[in-house]
Design a binder for this molecule. Sequence first.
Ligand code: ATP
Ligand code: PAU
Ligand code: K
Length: 276
Amino acid sequence: MCNIKKIWLALEIGNSQLHWALFNGEILDFTWDTEYLPESVISQLAQCQTLNNLLLAIFPLHQRTEVQREQKEILAEAFFSSPPLFLASVVPSQTTLWQTYPNIRVITLDQIPLRGVYPTLGIDRALALWGAGKTWGFPMLVIDAGTALTFTGADDNQCLVGGAILPGLGLQIATLGQKTGQLPLVETPNSASLPTRFALNTPEAIQSGIIYTLIAGIKDFIEAWWCLFPEGKIAIKGGDRTLLFNYLQTLYPAIASHLIVELNLTFWGMREIAMS
Ligand SMILES: Nc1ncnc2c1ncn2[C@@H]1O[C@H](COP(=O)(O)OP(=O)(O)OP(=O)(O)O)[C@@H](O)[C@H]1O
Ligand SMILES: CC(C)(CO)[C@@H](O)C(=O)NCCC(=O)O
Ligand SMILES: [K+]
């Protein structure tokens, strides 16, 4: 039986969507993504009298049967105060909207015991690195294949080594389509089969250019990481993790076999902070 007092929500505000997790103490019950929520919905959350109502307000319509099925035990129970909502955001305007939630706990960089951080380091990068390192050990390099693609590493002393930021897969494709006179907006590739390297049409030429340089770049960063830390671990997360992992597996299977693919790294980091 689930103890309602231990329920808390984790919300990661990314650059393209919201990432949610429902925790029961240390246990991650389930996760889901939504679009950014309208201010009117956010301000109504304070009035929700039960967890059922709260989850229904923040859960996308088409997934509601799933939340109801998974949470039927919890749903039956009433509660009279809003569960804690731990928030990690890289979008300041969105952070502001959520300040109205009664039991909000905004996670800031100074709460993460990672050493040697610089003041403007993204909270998502710090949390994912902390979560990965605490789960699988340090040295750890996290590759986040999200809106932006980032590399973020820490050494055996849990001290930030540093990293890199570049436009993610979707952004690379979108900017070529938007900032040029005659390049089309191509589909984000969704199959594991590699594009033709030397392409003879425009969409395939775009896909080839972006995919092969992205994979070569990721390989290069991984090799540079292993030069620094031959036993260093590597984890990959983010919306494009599976696609990029599959390409890596085809092109560089030896490298891919060392990668930890884990969507929920940031939530593991948030759990470390929430439970401490
Ligand atoms: N439902 C979706 N909505 C948006 N992007 C998606 C979706 N599913 C897969 N993607 C892919 O995931 C990438 C975005 O990743 P992710 O959702 O991790 O980014 P994010 O919300 O900006 O989070 P972060 O800021 O942590 O990177 C895009 O490049 C896109 O191709
Ligand atoms: C790089 C992103 C956009 C990745 O989500 C985010 O972590 C961020 O806004 N970071 C701030 C800059 C930095 O990390 O150095
Ligand atoms: K910006």
